[in-house]
Structures are given as structure tokens and as C-alpha cells.
Design a protein around this ligand. Structure first.
Ligand code: ADP
Ligand code: MG
Length: 289
């Protein structure tokens, strides 16, 4: 394409709500055949709220919420914000942890009121009833995190996120362009599959329980299979994968790290605009040869 055509394409992109890092970016979209979609914050709103609390028989619900809320209060993760806000609302003031540590892709751990506490998907043995409640929540697409004190699981908190209204249509549009959508997430497989089902992604194209640092390897593996990969993400934990993908698209509603690592930014965070971007570049490159 001529420089003029690329500039026109870039201007048209701005009208559609697509910020393009440089005119040359349009060229790299041409061969894209696979679109990897991050789940939380990209396919879903990422605005989470605390829902149900299931506790082991001997545990006290308020106590479980207080311990979990105290630790999560120190984290910026969307799950953490939901748990901290919900715990505060339901129990009042939260204790200040003596120690706190963020474990990316797994959760948080620390010391609260003299106890070792973890919240997240650490490998804890769960009491039968709690395990069943967790599985039921996950089958419905809700994320369930385990609260443990001194190595014993006390209960499970569920947080709900909502799928963006536009996500299913976006997946249809991407398919109509001949692209294969893949869902990538650190979340549990059952949750990921429930979300995939709702938006029309094949269960064979769901890659779940991936640690933040391993997302980039998933992109490399797909590239190694001969695919040209676009990645759409919003989080700090997506930045390396966005930079490695043949085309990185960031949600404008996401983190600065994701936006900096990407070639394109979808200003309004609407996934349908990812399809617009690919259509635009094909048209820009197709008209003038
Ligand atoms: P995603 O890939 O969907 O953006 P993350 O990699 O951030 O998700 O997290 C993966 C999983 O790790 C979450 O679904 C949750 O089970 C657990 N997790 C991560 N951070 C936290 C936290 N602060 N509190 C509880 N659980 C967490
Ligand atoms: Mg995300």
C-alpha cells in the first residue's frame, strides 16, 4: 500500500475508535489467522462483585470474610477489589495484615492476626461440601477462590464478572473474517469453558489455568504451529503476550502496560472493534496495490 493509503487508513481507524501506533501496523494485520482473547477485562467487563460465601462446617462466615478481606485489601487485582469491598460491606472494618505477598496467577498470601492466610487458587485440600460448592459455582462461569488459614481451607468465596454484551457478536464477526478465536485465561477451566460457550468459542480453543508469565509461551506455541497471531488483552499480565503476538490489540479501558505493549488500542474496550480493525487494514491494503 502507498503511504497515502496507510495514512487514510490510520485516519479512518481513529474515527472507528482504533488508535494505531504507526501506519506500518496495518501491514502486519494482513496475514493474521488466529485471534487470542484474554478473558477477564477483555471478553468480560472485569468488574467483579463478591457473591456467595461457602464455609466449612466448623468455620465462621464473618471470620472467613474478615481474613480474606484483610489480605485482598492490599492487592489491586479485580478479584481482590471485589473481595475486599464485599468483606468490608458485610463485616465492617478489616484487620491490617502483618505481612502481605501477591502471587501472580495464584492469589495472595500473608499473615493476619497471627495466622498464615491464603486467598486464591493455591492447592489446598477442600472439605467435601466446600469442594462441591466450588465446582457448582465454576460450572456456572463464576470464579471461586479458596480461603485458607494455617494450611486448612476454611471456605470458598465466589466472585461474578459479566460477559460484555458485545462479545458474542464480536466472536461471530471475527469468524466471518476467517479468523479462529482462542480464549486464554489464568482462571479455572470450568469457568473459562462456560464463558467460551456463551460467546461461541469452541471448547477445544480454550486455554485455561495459564500463569501470567506463561501467556507469552502460548502465543509462541501457536506461532510455532505456523499461525499468525493477533492477541487482545487488557492486563499487566497480558503485556508480554501482546508484544510477542504478530499483532497486539489493547483494550483502551485496560492497563497502561497493555496499551504500551500493543500495536493497536481499542479505545472504548469494545471487542467488535477488533474485527473493525482487521477489516479496515484489509481494505486499506486491498484497495491500493
Ligand atoms: P486472567 O488471566 O483471567 O486475567 P489472572 O492470571 O490474574 O486471571 O488470575 C488467575 C486466577 O488466579 C484467578 O482466576 C484466581 O483464581 C487466582 N487469583 C489471582 N489473583 C487473585 C487474588 N488477588 N485473589 C484471589 N485469587 C486470585
Ligand atoms: Mg485480563
Amino acid at each position: 500500500a502507498t503511504p497515502t493509503a496507510l495514512m487514510v487508513g490510520t485516519g479512518r481507524g481513529a474515527q472507528l475508535g482504533i488508535l494505531i501506533k504507526g501506519p506500518e501496523v496495518l501491514e502486519s494485520t494482513r496475514r493474521v489467522d488466529t485471534v487470542v482473547l484474554d478473558k477477564t477485562g477483555t471478553v468480560t467487563t472485569g468488574r467483579m462483585a463478591l457473591q456467595d460465601v461457602y464455609v466449612a462446617e466448623e468455620a465462621d462466615e464473618k471470620e472467613v470474610l474478615r481474613l480474606a478481606g484483610a489480605l485482598e485489601h492490599a492487592s489491586e487485582h479485580p478479584i481482590a477489589r471485589a473481595v475486599a469491598a464485599g468483606a468490608q460491606e458485610r463485616t465492617g472494618a478489616l484487620p491490617v495484615p502483618e505481612h502481605f505477598e501477591n502471587v501472580p496467577g495464584l492469589g495472595v498470601r500473608g499473615r493476619v492476626e497471627g495466622h498464615d492466610v491464603t486467598v486464591g487458587r493455591f492447592p489446598d485440600a477442600l472439605p467435601e461440601a466446600v469442594a462441591r460448592a466450588k465446582e457448582a459455582a465454576e460450572a456456572e462461569g463464576r470464579t471461586a477462590v479458596v480461603v485458607a488459614r494455617d494450611g486448612a481451607a476454611l471456605g470458598v468465596l465466589t466472585v461474578a464478572d459479566t460477559i460484555k454484551e458485545t462479545s458474542a457478536e464480536a466472536v461471530r464477526e471475527l469468524r466471518a473474517l476467517g479468523l479462529r478465536p482462542v480464549l486464554l485465561t489464568g482462571d479455572n477451566r470450568a469457568v473459562a469453558e462456560a464463558v467460551a460457550r456463551a460467546v461461541g468459542i469452541d471448547s477445544g480453543d480454550v486455554i485455561a489455568e495459564v500463569l501470567p508469565q506463561d501467556k507469552v509461551d502460548v502465543v509462541r506455541r501457536l506461532q510455532g504451529e505456523g499461525r499468525t497471531v493477533a492477541m487482545v488483552g487488557d492486563g499487566v499480565n497480558d503485556a508480554a503476550a501482546l508484544a510477542t503476538a504478530d499483532l497486539g490489540l489493547a483494550m483502551g479501558t485496560g492497563t497502561d502496560a497493555a496499551i504500551e505493549a500493543s500495536d493497536l488500542t481499542l479505545v472504548r474496550g469494545d471487542l467488535r472493534v477488533a474485527a473493525d480493525a482487521i477489516r479496515l487494514s484489509r481494505r486499506t491494503l486491498g484497495t491500493i496495490k
